[in-house]
Structure formats: structure tokens, C-alpha cells
Design a protein around this ligand. Structure first.
Ligand code: BG6
Ligand code: BG6
Ligand code: GLC
Ligand code: GLC
Length: 921
């Protein structure tokens, strides 16, 4: 009995199944489904980390946004050259894509050539690597007789981790696989390639897109299969990309649609997330690699490392006497002597064992049959682990897509490429089987990319080309709004000429209206005054109480009244009756109906004054056109309306333009203030002019004397600068959009400068640009909505909101939605750009005008330098996020000898009108 046992023990030892021996030795590499599910869950967590803005920087799986927003839809077309760098071969290609014809129908034609890249170039200077690529491109074009003069759009398949900020802006994060060229990390790969192509010379190339190989593979396969939302590479390296919901891509603004995310899963485990799955062989492979400590997952999975893993296992087993009777050859000790191609051949269906023998014999070994079986099994375990790990990570991606789309079962296609997947006989089957086992309720199709990733890269370039064309058209539409320095100088010069002309005659475009205000407040003003303020956004009635020498103790009570459009544009009688009614209401409200207080009337329209309290309305501006007012004294019109009402009486002492009221109001705080600017519904300026310069006033009484007979040197002139250009002097900068706005305005042909600069019109200019862009199909998917056709939808307040710097695209979109404009986030970007161009031009033009005014004051006084203050009011100035900054900057640049302080008015020009009244009586 004992002898039998001994014998069977002897035989079992002798005949031990060689695969069992290997199974035991490599048990840590044999992953069962629970472990794969665990790895899959870990990868899910890594993906979340990488997508979130808070944790992305620290995440090892970077989940890089690619700016590829859609898979092919059949509308792509064009001829492209493609450089394909980073896989086992470097290729140059020409790809021709015909619109609307799928791949199978021959929609794509390709020519390609592979160029070797020597190791010293892969690991040498980055510029040399790109020079090599550019020279290869040139050689390719010459060899294939492709014109060098023609402009060639180019896509660059660059199979390394890049941080994109656009399709053609990609910063290289790190090298991987067998590349480690220096000097390119952190640089924009597209820009570096552009420079290399320039160095090569003689080619006209436009780089449109830098594309990871996973993305290009997904696009290639997506050309024929609309369900292809995932790209997978198991080649020299390994990686995957997939279409993620934009709302989850924190690193890119916008929430609409999807964007392809390059997972860069090679780095899974770099933070230790896989340390319990790593074997001593993995650690050895890592420490001998070009990038130790990085790309942990890739080193367990990809073609560059599989052969080496097998070699290390076989070497160790041999050293321990488990193989080759303990014999170890020099070749077996040498790095790189077993390759992935060997692994694939050893696992071939019929010839696997004899291939294994060949491989081992070539390594100087003398394997027994059991040795061959054992080594083949090592190979199987190593490559099986690889496909299992890929299956686990891929399952995590697929589960995420399913969850994103809220589906119970997902139908999806995975586009695949890479030498391991393509050449290893068992790999695809094993991978597919495990993925399906891990996700039994998903219908997953795997499609091998038939022609590498270049076709996909060309498709990305085709989309990019469309975007570039759109960008160019938008730029061209906006170009007329961009004024250069010399244009602004010209505007300044024309404004200056207009000031002089207006002082000489009443016939000029800018009216230069004398205000009969000679003096600034001096702080001695006191008493109670009324003021009424018509012409801005609202009508205001005010009661102002001044205390002598105590500016800060001024008390102001007011009430705001809206003026309905039908009153603005009805009869003059109705308009002034309405004002009288509002005034009556205010006096009641304040309990001062019987007080007969002195009043100032801010009337923000051009009035020809013959004294402080008389003024003929020259013409209406802005949105007013009440009948029977032009040519009449507006103070009289108000007095008559008050008389008609017969409820109260007033003593109207001063008629004041809002610019003048604003200047006075600010001068009360800052004695240096001698200019008033309104950048609101309308646009206008007043300033203190030397009386001797007001040539058009002939009457010496009117010229130099105040009503109490004092001689004065200066008088405030209301420029009415909104009229600049009414004589055609701005025609060279007026755009077709401005002309449209003008022609559809209440006063066509009038106030041309105001129509370029003030709140009442900027929104309309924007709307006309948007209409034009939409009609060209560049916005709102070419759909011209009724809203967009509606005049006046864009009020200044919306412009101000849309242009706020920190406003997310989502918020802009919701503002547009409130306005009834439903667009994408891309549309929001363009709308914001249009608003910015239009308002920037407005601010620059006002700056150029202001430069003319301050320089004139400086020259009037024969000063080398002028220090002065401008009192400012108006919603555009106060609410717009950039207007005031651009205005001030332009004034500074165009009037370098003047130091101009802009002081926003605190209380509106009504207070100024009250002050003028106080000074006058
Ligand atoms: C090819 C692509 O088809 O697949 C390459 O064109 C890519 O850019 C490659 O890197 C991956 O496979 P491998 O095995 O060549 O690294
Ligand atoms: C106010 C003045 O302060 O500013 C108004 O009191 C003036 O008279 C206005 O017209 C300009 O601003 P907006 O933006 O209301 O036209
Ligand atoms: C490496 C690169 C990655 C690429 C992959 C497959 O992992 O980092 O960008 O996709 O190899 O080539
Ligand atoms: C219009 C008026 C002008 C006023 C300006 C600002 O340009 O014509 O008088 O100052 O608007 O309200």
C-alpha cells in the first residue's frame, strides 16, 4: 500500500501538468470576475475624479476634453493631409472625403506612406522630432505629386496625452511608450508643428486639429456606424475615449450636447489605485521603462510591455529551476528579446506550440515539450490579464455612458485599433466575451478600424475646417466695428472741426448750443428748489434742499414717472399735459402744491436758448417725436400746460440740458469739473468754452454778461455731439448695420454719432448683426426667429448683462432665452462677441470725441498740460462692465497731454438743474 502511494506521488510529481505549475506561479495575474468588477468600480471612481474641476489636477486618469463635439454625420468633406505619430509606425497620408457618401460607398480615398523614426529622434530634441515629421510631409507631397503651393488643411494624430483648449491648441502633458523627446512638454503641439513646417519651408499648411489616436479611431469607425461612441486602442500603448455629456465636462464651459473625452487610462493606478494587483514583474517592467512610476495600467496591458512581462516571468521560472532544467540563456536575460509579436505567435491556434519552441530556441534555450506548454501558458496568462483589464476599464466607460443616458440597456459600438488587438489571435474574442459578461444587459459591438486612425483625424479636421470658415465669416462681419488708432485719430479731428464749425455758425452738424450757464456752484447755494427731468429713460420730479457750505447735507426727494411711447410720439399738448399731471402729483406727494417754488427744467434735447429760461426745441432726438413742439419755446409749452391744469403755479427759472445739469451736479462736489458727459439713452457732452470763441453770438449783451450784469469769460456750451456725421463726415466708419438702424429709427439721417454710441441704439446694432449672421447660417442654426426680427429687443441692460466678464455661457444663454432667442452655447459665444465689438466701438468713439473736447480746452488756455474732470451720467456708462474703462483709456491715448478724471454723477442732472436755479436767483 505504501509502495503504491509512493509510486503515484512519484508519477504525479513527474507528470505534473505544466499549465498548473504556471497557474500556481502566476496566480496573482489570473483575475476572476469579482476582481474585474472591483477594478471596473475603481476605474469608474477615477473617471469621476478626472472629470470634476475640483479634482482633475490631482487625478491620475486625466479625462481630457478633446473639443470633438460630434461623431461624423456624413456632411464632412474636403482633402486633408494627416500626420500620424505615436503608434508603432509614423505615417503621412492624404485623405479625400466626399460629402454624404459612407465609407463603404467609397466616400473616402487615402494614400499613405510610412516613415521610420529612429530611436535617437524619438528620445532626442523635440524640434528634431517635429522637423523629421515636417520633412517627411514634404517628401510625401513631392513623391505623390501633390502641389506644394496649394493650401493643405492638416490633421495631426498625436497619440500622447494633451490638454486641449481648442481643436488646434493642445499642450503636451507627458510622453509615453517609447517616446521622450525633450523641450516639448507644456508646449502647444500644433504651434510647434507649425514652426517646424515653416522651418522645412515651401509648404502652405493649415493645422486644423490635433487628435488623439483613440479619438481618431472612434471617428473612423463612426463614419460607418452611428452608434460608435467609444474609441479603444490596444497597441504599443493603450487608451480609450468616449462621448461624455457636456454637463459633466467641468473643464469646458457649456452644458449642451456631448464632447469626446480622452480618458488617458494608461495612467490608471499611478496613484496606487492598482497596487494590490501589481506583481513583481510589473514593478520590474516599470523601473526599467522610460517613465518609471507612470502609466501603470498601460504597462500591465499594452503591446510595448506584454513581451517583456512574459520574458521576466520565464526568466524567473528558469532561474528557480521550474523551466529548462534551470538553464538560463544570455538572450533570455536581455531586455526586449521577447516581443508582443512573439506572444501572439506563441498563442496561435494550431502552430502555437511549435512557434513557442522556435521563439525559445532562438533565445538559445533547449526547451522540452512541457517547457513549451508552460511558456505558452505564461504568455496566455499575461495576455489574458491584459484583455481582462481592458475589459474591466471599458465596462466602466460603457456603464457610465448607460448611466448618463439613463438607459437600462445600451446599444453601443466600440471602434478599436492597435497591433495587439489586430494581431493577437485570441485577444479580440476574449475581450469581447469578458465585456459582455461584465455588462450582460448592454449590446456592445466591436468594430476594427479598417484603415488606421487617419480617416477619423481627417473627419475631425473637416469639422474644424467648417468651424474655421464660420469663424472667418463672423470675423469678417465684425471687422468694420474694429477701429484702428488712425481711424480714431480721424474721428477726434472731425469732432474738433465740428466744435469749431458749430461755434461759428448754426448750420453745422453739431449745434454747439449756448446754455447761458456761466458759473459753477460755489457752495453758497441754499434753499428749496424743484427740478423736472425729461429725456432719459424716465421723467423725474425732484425737490432739492441745499444748505450753505454743507454740500453733504443736501436733501433730495424725487419720484419717477414713465412716459408711455404713445405720449412720446403723440401730440405736444398731450406730452406737456402729461408732464404737468406728473408734476401736480409730485407736489401733492410732497405736500407743497401751494409753495410756488423756483424750478429748473432739465430737458435733454437740443434747445436754442436766448436766455437761461427760454429755449426753442430745434428738433426732437432719441425716441421722442411729439407734434407741434419743434420750433417752440419748451418752457412756454410747460407753463401753458400748467396753466391749463390750473392746479398749481411754478416759477421756471432755468432750462437745462442733461449734460449741463450733470456737469453742475458734479462741479458741486469737484470744482475742477467743467465738462458734462451723458452716455445713456442718448449721447452728448457740454463743456466750458471761452465766450470770445463763441463767434456766432453777435449780441454783445448775450455774449459776456450774466443777467445781473457781471462780465464772464466762459459759458457752458451744449455740443449736441450726437449730430456729428449728419453731414456725412463719418460715412467711412459707418457700417451697413448702422445704416439699417438709422433708416429704421424715429429720426432717420439724424444723430449719426449718437446712433453709434448710445444705449438706445447699441442693442439695435447688435440685433442687425445677429440677423445678418443668422441669415448666413452662422447663428441660431440659420433660423431667423420672429423675436430676432423684433426691433428693440436688445436693451442696454441686456448688453451690460451679457458682457459681464464672469458670466458663464449658461447664464448668457438663459438671458437670450428670456429674450426668446434659443441658441447653443456656441451661439452664446458669438452673441457675446458681437455685443463686445459694438459696445467697444461706442466707448472708443466717445473717447475720441472726449479727446477732442479736452484738447480744445487745453489749447484755449494755452496749456502744456490740462487737469480736468468730466461729470458723467447715463445707464451705459454706469451699468456696462467695460464701457467706462475703454472710454477712459481711449481718451488717455488720444489726448496724452490731458489728465482727465471721470466723476460719475450721484444724483442725476436734476440736482444740477436745481443748482443752476439756485445760482440764478
Ligand atoms: C493606428 C493609428 O491605427 O493605431 C496610430 O493610426 C495608433 O496612430 C495605432 O497609435 C495604435 O496602434 P499601435 O499598435 O501602432 O500603437
Ligand atoms: C440722468 C439724468 O441722470 O441721466 C437724465 O437726470 C439723463 O436727464 C440721464 O438723460 C441719462 O441717462 P439715461 O441712461 O437714463 O438716458
Ligand atoms: C498612450 C498615450 C495615449 C494613446 C495611447 C495609445 O497611452 O498616452 O495618448 O492614446 O498610448 O496609443
Ligand atoms: C440726445 C439729446 C441731447 C442729450 C442727449 C443725452 O443727444 O439730443 O440733448 O443731451 O441725448 O440725453
Amino acid at each position: 500500500m505504501f509502495a503504491v502511494h509512493l509510486l503515484s506521488f512519484y508519477f504525479s510529481k513527474l507528470k505534473e501538468d505544466p499549465t498548473k505549475k504556471v497557474d500556481r506561479f502566476l496566480h496573482a495575474m489570473r483575475l476572476h470576475d469579482d476582481q474585474l468588477k472591483d477594478i471596473s468600480a475603481r476605474f469608474q471612481a477615477e473617471m469621476k475624479k478626472g472629470l470634476s474641476a475640483d479634482s482633475n489636477a490631482a487625478a491620475s486618469v486625466r479625462m481630457l476634453p478633446t473639443y470633438v463635439r460630434s461623431t461624423p454625420d456624413g456632411t464632412e468633406k474636403g482633402e486633408f493631409v494627416v500626420l500620424d505619430l505615436g503608434g508603432s509606425a509614423f505615417k503621412v497620408l492624404q485623405v479625400k472625403v466626399r460629402e454624404g457618401e459612407g465609407n463603404r460607398k467609397g466616400g473616402v480615398e487615402m494614400e499613405e506612406k510610412t516613415y521610420p523614426i529612429p530611436a535617437e529622434i524619438r528620445t532626442g530634441r523635440g524640434t528634431d522630432l517635429l522637423d523629421h515629421a515636417s520633412e517627411s510631409l514634404k517628401d510625401f507631397l513631392q513623391e505623390k505629386n501633390i502641389s506644394l503651393e496649394k493650401k493643405h488643411p492638416l490633421a495631426f494624430t498625436f497619440s500622447f496625452p494633451c490638454e486641449h483648449s481648442a481643436l488646434d491648441k493642445a499642450l503636451l502633458l507627458n510622453w509615453s511608450k517609447n517616446y521622450r523627446a525633450w523641450g516639448l512638454l507644456g508646449k502647444d503641439v500644433a504651434q510647434s508643428l507649425r514652426q517646424a513646417i515653416d522651418r522645412a519651408g515651401g509648404m502652405d499648411v493649415e493645422i486644423l486639429a490635433v487628435v488623439n489616436d483613440t479619438v481618431a479611431t472612434m471617428m473612423t469607425c463612426g463614419f460607418d456606424d452611428q452608434y460608435c461612441d467609444v474609441g479603444l486602442i490596444v497597441g504599443t500603448g493603450t487608451n480609450a475615449c468616449y462621448m461624455e455629456e457636456m454637463s459633466h465636462v467641468d473643464l469646458v464651459e457649456g452644458d449642451e450636447g456631448r464632447m469626446c473625452v480622452n480618458a488617458e487610462w494608461a495612467a490608471f493606478g499611478d496613484d496606487g489605485a492598482l497596487s494590490d494587483y501589481l506583481t513583481e514583474f510589473d514593478r520590474e517592467v516599470d523601473s526599467a521603462s522610460l517613465n518609471p512610476g507612470r502609466h501603470t495600467f498601460e504597462k500591465m496591458v499594452s503591446g510595448m510591455f506584454l513581451g517583456e512581462l512574459v520574458r521576466l516571468v520565464v526568466l524567473k521560472m528558469a532561474k528557480q529551476g521550474r523551466l529548462f532544467e534551470g538553464h538560463v540563456s544570455d538572450a533570455l536575460r536581455t531586455t526586449g528579446t521577447i516581443t508582443t509579436a512573439h506572444v501572439a505567435s506563441m498563442e496561435e491556434y494550431k502552430n502555437g506550440l511549435s512557434n513557442t519552441r522556435d521563439v525559445l530556441t532562438r533565445l538559445g534555450l533547449n526547451p522540452s515539450s512541457d517547457d513549451c506548454i508552460a511558456v505558452q501558458h505564461v504568455s496566455t496568462i499575461v495576455s489574458f490579464r491584459s484583455s481582462n483589464l481592458v475589459a474591466a476599464a471599458l465596462a466602466a466607460i460603457l456603464a457610465r455612458i448607460r448611466q448618463n443616458r439613463n438607459l437600462r440597456s445600451l446599444r453601443v459600438t466600440v471602434g478599436v485599433d492597435g497591433t495587439v488587438y489586430k494581431t493577437h489571435p485570441q485577444y479580440p474574442k476574449r475581450l469581447h466575451k469578458v465585456v459582455r459578461r461584465l455588462l450582460p444587459d448592454c449590446h456592445v459591438r466591436f468594430v476594427l478600424s479598417d484603415s488606421g486612425s487617419s480617416k477619423g483625424a481627417a473627419l475631425v479636421a473637416a469639422v474644424a475646417q467648417r468651424l474655421v470658415a464660420r469663424r472667418r465669416q463672423v470675423d469678417a462681419a465684425l471687422a468694420p466695428f474694429r477701429l484702428n488708432h488712425s481711424q480714431l485719430q480721424l474721428v477726434k479731428a472731425r469732432m474738433r472741426a465740428g466744435l469749431e464749425a458749430g461755434l461759428r455758425s448754426n448750420q453745422s452738424a453739431m449745434k454747439m448750443l449756448p446754455s447761458f450757464v456761466y458759473q459753477m456752484p460755489d457752495g453758497t447755494e441754499h434753499g428749496k428748489y424743484l427740478a423736472f427731468d425729461l429725456g432719459g429713460t424716465n421723467f423725474r420730479a425732484l425737490l432739492v434742499k441745499f444748505k450753505k457750505g454743507l454740500q453733504q447735507n443736501t436733501r433730495l426727494y424725487h419720484k419717477i414717472y414713465t412716459i408711455p411711447l404713445e405720449i412720446m410720439q403723440g401730440t405736444g399738448e398731450d406730452l406737456f399735459d402729461h408732464l404737468a399731471e406728473c408734476i401736480g402729483d409730485f407736489l401733492d406727494y410732497m405736500g407743497i402744491k401751494n409753495a410756488r417754488l423756483p424750478a429748473g427744467f432739465t430737458f435733454s434735447f437740443p434747445c436754442e436758448q436766448t436766455s437761461l429760461n427760454t429755449g426753442t426745441l430745434v428738433n426732437w432726438t432719441k425716441g421722442f417725436k411729439a407734434t407741434d413742439c419743434e420750433g417752440h419755446d419748451v418752457v412756454n409749452l410747460l407753463r401753458e400746460a400748467i396753466k391749463r391744469r390750473n392746479e398749481f403755479d411754478l416759477d421756471i427759472v432755468a432750462l437745462v440740458n442733461d449734460t449741463v445739469g450733470t456737469m453742475m451736479s458734479c462741479a458741486y462736489e469737484d470744482p475742477q469739473c467743467e465738462i458734462g458727459l451723458i452716455a445713456g439713452t442718448g449721447s452728448n457732452v457740454c463743456y466750458m468754452e471761452e465766450v470770445k470763441n463763441i463767434v456766432k453770438i453777435q449780441d454783445p449783451d448775450k455774449k459776456g454778461e450774466t443777467e445781473d450784469g457781471r462780465n464772464t469769460e466762459k459759458m457752458c456750451i451744449n455740443i449736441e455731439w450726437g449730430g456729428l456725421g449728419d453731414d456725412g463726415s463719418l460715412d467711412d466708419i459707418i457700417t451697413p448695420y448702422d445704416t439699417e438702424v438709422d433708416q429704421n429709427s424715429v429720426h432717420p439721417g439724424k444723430q449719426r454719432f449718437e446712433k453709434l454710441t448710445s444705449g438706445m441704439y447699441l442693442g439695435e446694432v447688435v440685433r442687425h448683426v445677429l440677423l445678418n449672421l443668422t441669415r448666413k447660417g452662422l447663428l441660431f442654426r440659420g433660423h431667423v426667429s420672429e423675436t430676432l426680427k423684433t426691433p428693440g429687443i436688445f436693451e442696454t441692460k441686456y448688453l451690460s448683462q451679457i458682457e459681464r466678464d464672469r458670466l458663464a455661457l449658461l447664464q448668457i444663454r438663459s438671458i437670450l432665452q428670456q429674450l426668446g432667442l434659443h441658441g447653443t452655447c456656441d451661439d452664446s459665444i458669438i452673441v457675446k462677441e458681437v455685443c463686445a465689438e459694438v459696445s467697444r466701438r461706442a466707448a472708443q468713439l466717445c473717447g475720441a470725441g472726449m479727446a477732442a473736447v479736452v484738447d480744445k480746452i487745453r489749447e484755449n488756455r494755452g496749456l502744456e498740460r490740462l487737469n480736468t474732470t468730466v461729470g458723467v451720467d447715463g445707464a451705459l456708462y454706469k451699468l456696462h462692465p467695460h464701457f467706462s474703462i475703454v472710454l477712459q483709456e481711449t481718451t488717455r491715448v488720444l489726448a496724452p497731454q490731458c489728465h482727465v478724471t471721470f466723476l460719475p454723477s450721484e444724483e442725476g442732472s436734476g440736482k444740477g438743474a436745481a443748482l443752476i436755479t439756485a445760482v440764478a436767483i
